[in-house]
Design a protein around this ligand. Structure first.
Ligand code: ADP
Length: 565
């Protein structure tokens, strides 16, 4: 709608373009008998006229193509924008189900195809269809019995086209799926390359890849074969039809229903039908393929998305950072609870270490605190407000996560710390200072404007962790959720990260999934989680003395007893 003007302008150009066709057919009717009669002055006159009409028509075509391109491209851009917005809100379970490669393919190739089809529909299919109607109308006006005969063949062609079209569409969908699986496997292979090499699994993966490309080739070939069959069939029918029309035309002239000029115009007009018909059949095939792509895009729309805020969601008032879990039960599959009737109260400013064997539910607990998931029973409260009744955005500004793998987005250092939030340079610098990152950032040749490559490849693990800490503390969150990295850094980086953490934690409520003794010793309280229940809590010393699960965990070295232990 905002581009109504170019649509109307393009539409007018299209009408001029189409109207020129019967005019040209009429001129051909004047020209051919004049050529036959050797009437040169008349021929020159008609040719001059025809040239003018051609020029007007091509100008109109240019106007149509340029004016209509913009709205068509805008619609396809809109489609991409909406899909990406959808992607950002996708439920994590749905995101895990669709592989990254598959999603990338859908959002690039499929979205491109839909955009192309859309453009073609507006800029090629519509004028072709109009041309068909107008030129055929002119033919009926010239001689309707002959046109009736022409029409007999059309349904035969149409039925054949649609039968083939349906088959082509099914084959196209299959082959598209295959390409997308190929992309999925490729994505997996690229990220998993070190693993593959470590297990000397290259031949296995190569084999798998080859099977996949073989399937892909076969599916593509099926599509090609159907297309290859379709063109000759349609083409032959067209030729037979035209020959039949010539025959009937001769009979009509003999019967006196048509003169030589009219018949010349008629045949020219008939030839003018071939082009739009072939455009329409090609476009029809692409349209079907486009539909297959659109369906694959629509599937994304059908995936579950993150739960939206309640309409009556409450604003988050001054956050002090008191966390409370009241009888919280949660399971990804409700039949298999991961957290069972959990009760936990964390005071503002308290540092609580969560420890427990892998699979105990520690990360799941974090996901509830960020409202990535919602408790099936019980309540999670922040300063007495139930998280379910808050706005997710506000909650996530108050509760910041330092993930285990310190992933940062590519861009400048300053952008990585701000991460889309409005922040002044001073605020960014302050956050970096707190995270003990300012030193190394300022030592970079371009300081805060230095570029981070994809996946932070040009920074060390310890530096990335400190950037992640700076990113977390930038908005001055009341609560910090810290997922300690399991892979050890060298002692020097470790100390630098620890220093950053200590400063970042000051004055905040901190929940840390702890793997190191240094961390649990600084915690005011240690909570031992096992199979979704709290089995013990207390200080390190008290828990060691009581000789329970915690002590066992330490002895089994699930808590890393660093050099100081
Ligand atoms: P921890 O962080 O203590 O290692 P998690 O919270 O990651 O434990 O996992 C607890 C349990 O929940 C495990 O049995 C795990 O398999 C399961 N789980 C974790 N994430 C998901 C998920 N996205 N979908 C289904 N099950 C999950």
């Amino acid at each position: 709608m905002p581009h109504r003007r170019s649509l109307v302008g393009g539409g007018l150009c299209m009408l001029v373009f189409v109207a020129c066709w019967p005019l040209l057919a009429w001129l051909a009717g004047q020209l051919i008998p004049a050529i036959g009669a050797g009437d040169l002055p008349r021929v020159v006159q008609v040719i001059a006229l025809a040239l003018t009409v051609f020029m007007v028509q091509k100008l109109a075509q240019f106007g149509q193509d340029t004016l209509l391109a913009e709205p068509a491209l805008l619609v396809s851009q809109d489609l991409r924008r909406q899909l990406f917005a959808r992607l950002q809100r996708l439920d994590f379970a749905a995101l895990e189900k669709l592989s990254a490669g598959d999603l990338t393919y859908r959002l690039t190739e499929d979205a491109d195809r839909v955009g192309e089809v859309l453009y073609k529909t507006i800029q090629d299919t519509t004028p072709s269809a109009l041309q068909l109607v107008v030129v055929f109308g002119y033919m009926c006006w010239l001689d309707w019995p002959l046109s009736l005969a022409t029409l007999v063949l059309a349904p035969v062609v149409a039925v054949l086209v649609s039968v083939f079209g349906a088959r082509v569409m099914r084959a196209a969908e299959r082959s598209q799926q295959q390409v997308s699986e190929l992309a999925g496997l490729l994505g997996e292979a690229i990220t998993g390359l070190p693993l593959v090499r470590a297990f000397a699994a290259e031949p296995w993966l190569q084999q798998r890849f080859e099977t996949e490309i073989e399937l892909h080739r076969k599916a593509r070939y099926r599509t090609q074969r159907l297309l290859a069959l379709q063109y000759p069939v349609v083409g032959f029918l067209e030729a037979a039809g035209i020959l039949a029309v010539l025959l009937i035309g001769a009979a009509r002239i003999q019967a006196g229903g048509l003169n030589a000029q009219g018949f010349s115009s008629y045949v020219t007009a008939l030839l003018m039908l071939i082009d739009p018909i072939s455009h329409l059949t090609t476009n029809f095939n692409e349209f079907q393929q486009g539909q297959a792509s659109l369906r694959r895009l629509r599937q994304i729309e059908q995936e579950a998305i993150e739960q939206p805020d309640r309409p009556d969601a409450q604003p988050l008032l001054q956050v002090k950072g008191a966390l409370e879990l009241r009888g919280v039960s949660f399971g990804y599959d409700p039949a298999k609870p991961v957290l069972r009737a959990l009760d936990l109260l964390v005071q503002p400013g308290e540092v609580v270490a969560l420890v427990g064997p892998s699979g105990a539910g520690k990360s799941t607990l974090f996901s509830l605190l960020l409202r990535f998931n919602t408790a099936q029973q019980g309540q999670v409260l922040l300063d007495g407000q139930d998280l379910a009744g808050l706005r997710a955005h506000e909650l996530r500004r108050a509760v910041a996560l330092v993930p285990q793998q310190s992933s940062v987005f590519s861009g400048t250092v300053a952008e990585a710390i701000a991460f889309g939030r409005p922040a002044t340079d001073a605020q960014i610098r302050e956050a970096a200072q707190l995270a003990n990152a300012a030193g190394f950032i300022e030592a970079l040749p371009q300081g805060y404007a230095s570029r981070i490559e994809e996946r932070g490849a040009n920074f060390s693990g310890g530096q990335l962790q400190r950037l992640a800490i700076a990113r977390a503390v930038l908005g001055n969150p009341a609560v910090l959720l810290l997922d300690e990295a399991t892979s050890a850094l060298d002692a020097e980086s470790e100390a630098a990260v620890q220093e950053g953490l200590d400063r970042a934690m000051a004055g905040r409520t901190v929940l840390v999934i702890a793997h190191r003794l240094a961390t649990v010793q600084t915690a005011q309280r240690i909570v031992v989680l096992e199979a979704g229940r709290i089995v013990e809590q207390g200080s390190h010393a008290a828990l060691m003395a009581s000789g329970g699960r915690y002590r066992e965990l330490c002895e089994r070295q699930l808590i890393e007893l660093g050099p100081g232990a």
